[in-house]
Design a protein around this ligand. Structure first.
Ligand code: GDP
Length: 303
């Protein structure tokens, strides 16, 4: 995963090998390597520019701090270690989020509306999230309201059955009506989290957005999470921007990170939309789901 990025940072480190001090000149040479790999990894161009500028500013501004005191002695940190530390901090800042992944309701069940394009892994992620929350002692209810993809309702029912988590649907009803009725069902069943699996489409279009906006209005969920396939590169950022404009998403579930995604989505989404990646999908089965850790991701990228 993220091989292109890792290669770029490694080449930057090689450029600085043997040097003891970061200077404007040697930083530029290292940043050229990083720039190429960020672009090749489909990081959004504005994000690339902002990242490079921040690294440069921090690196030049902190040259004097490359001498650190350790056990009473002054040690010189190598230019490459210093550079990588700055990159790590900036990468982490680009991806990190404060506090809990989920905004909890003050009273009554917490709503989590899952949105995304068809094939992004939305239905699978609903099931994964329900399993994850159940392991944390919550009692989720899954709501099958993706009537766009014929098999989605059945798929969620099968997944719910395998996890022993109830799945709510009203055959023949509209997605908005199903979602609106789910709160009553959650109360009846004593469930405290409602996860709405909503319709996807191959591309963002007006009917899709209208339906999603109506569901959001009807259910007033505490959380709107966008499910994005990490493999679709620049399109992931476009998708996030489009959904965010209409639905103001609170966070992102980035799926298929077990494949050979290049990393552009992970690095760009929060910078572009303000909504951080909160969870990752790392495989097809319902256990392959983890909270996103910006620190760990930055370390993996740097290799
Ligand atoms: P939806 O149309 O957005 O509801 O997409 P699905 O949940 O049906 O997922 C589409 C395909 O992606 C299915 O074959 C899933 O098994 C697969 N998938 C979902 N999440 C992941 C993931 O994190 N990793 C991998 N490798 N495959 C995934």
């Amino acid at each position: 995963m993220f091989d292109t990025l890792t290669r770029g940072f490694r080449q930057a480190r090689n450029r600085l090998a043997g040097l003891t001090e970061l200077t404007a000149g040697n930083i530029d040479a290292a940043l050229r390597e990083v720039r190429l790999s960020l672009l090749e990894a489909d990081v959004e161009i504005g994000v690339v520019k902002a990242f490079l500028a921040r690294v440069k500013e921090a690196a030049v501004g902190r040259t004097l701090e490359t001498r650190v005191k350790h056990a009473g002695e002054v040690h010189q940190v190598s230019a490459s270690d210093h550079f990588i530390k700055i990159c790590h901090d900036e990468l982490e800042a680009m991806m990190t989020h404060e506090g809990d992944e989920i905004a909890w309701a003050d009273s009554g069940p917490t709503g989590i509306m899952m949105v995304g394009l068809q094939g992004s892994g939305k239905t699978t992620s609903c099931a994964k999230l329900s399993r994850y929350l159940e392991k944390q002692g919550k009692k989720p209810l899954l709501v099958a309201a993706d009537m766009q993809r014929p098999a989605a309702v059945e798929q969620l029912k099968v997944l719910g059955e395998s996890l022993k988590i109830p799945v709510f649907n009203i055959p023949g009803e509209s997605p908005v009506a199903i979602c609106a009725a789910a709160r009553g069902e959650a109360k009846r069943l004593g469930r405290d989290v409602i996860i709405y699996d909503t319709a996807g489409r191959l591309a963002i279009d007006e009917p899709l957005m209208q339906e999603l906006a109506q569901i959001k209005d009807a259910t007033k969920p505490e959380n709107v999470f966008l499910v994005v396939d990490a493999m679709i590169g620049q399109d992931a950022v476009k998708t996030a921007r489009g959904f965010n404009e209409r639905l103001s998403i609170g966070g992102v579930v980035l799926t298929k990170l077990d494949g050979d995604a290049r990393g552009g989505a992970a690095l760009s989404i929060k910078e572009v939309t303000g909504a951080p990646v909160l969870f990752t999908g790392i495989g097809e089965t319902t256990d392959k789901f983890e909270p996103f850790r910006a620190d760990g991701m930055a370390s993996r990228i740097l290799g």
